[in-house]
Design a protein around this ligand. Structure first.
Ligand code: AMP
Length: 190
């Protein structure tokens, strides 16, 4: 069983790469951002709660996100493994993911961060915002706030996973195929 965590700032290509990797390794892809957006679209109580945070580019509170992630995993009891895209994003989320997986006799196999510089990412996100309709992709202030959230709360997880020997990073600049090949090289070495 392979359980992967994809790290990377907004726009780094986590979703794009997860779509290839899930086919290649037959994994279930869980994007917490996608699940929140699905709930917003369907006006569920979870969607209403998450929307105010997401629209500003702030993180949704931990317990809400953790409960949602666990429910998504529970929906897939026969999975070969998971790609966690956009989760964990905080220390509390990382701890709870380890505890939750351990109870199921599972574990994170490895984490991979897609690295790209902020200016490149802002340009990608503003372009994506033209077609995605995502309010958090259409305004540079919100985008920069999402980077701040990442730097303050998510980037420190590097140390958390390094201490477990589970942190890897790849250059996220290049063609989609090149980046997929870099990720596969890491995954095949796990
Ligand atoms: P993403 O699609 O991964 O860029 O996520 C979009 C937004 O959803 C983020 O800016 C947060 O508001 C929210 N979100 C997604 N995943 C998480 C998470 N693990 N913890 C807290 N908020 C999250």
């Amino acid at each position: 069983m392979i359980n992967l965590v994809l790290f990377g700032k907004p726009g780094a290509g986590k979703g794009t790469q997860a779509a290839f990797l899930k086919e290649q390794y037959q994994l279930v892809h869980i994007s917490t951002g996608d699940v929140f957006r699905y709930n917003i679209k369907n006006a569920t109580p979870l969607g209403k709660l998450a929307q105010s945070y997401m629209d500003k580019g702030d993180l949704v509170p931990d317990q809400v996100t953790i409960d949602m992630l666990e429910a998504e995993v529970e929906k897939n009891p026969a999975a070969n493994g998971f790609i966690f895209d956009g989760f964990p994003r905080t220390d509390a989320q990382a701890q709870s993911l380890d505890d939750f997986l351990a109870k199921k006799e599972m574990a994170v196999s490895g984490t991979i961060a897609l690295e790209a510089d902020d200016d490149e990412l802002v340009a990608r996100l503003l372009k994506r915002g033209e077609t995605s309709g995502r309010p958090d992709d259409q305004d540079e202030t919100k985008i920069r706030n999402r980077f701040d959230e990442y730097n303050q709360k998510t980037a420190p997880l590097r140390e958390y996973y390094l201490a477990q020997g589970k942190f890897h990073s790849v250059n996220g600049i290049g063609s989609i195929d090149e980046i997929t090949a870099r990720l596969k090289a890491v995954i095949d070495g796990l």
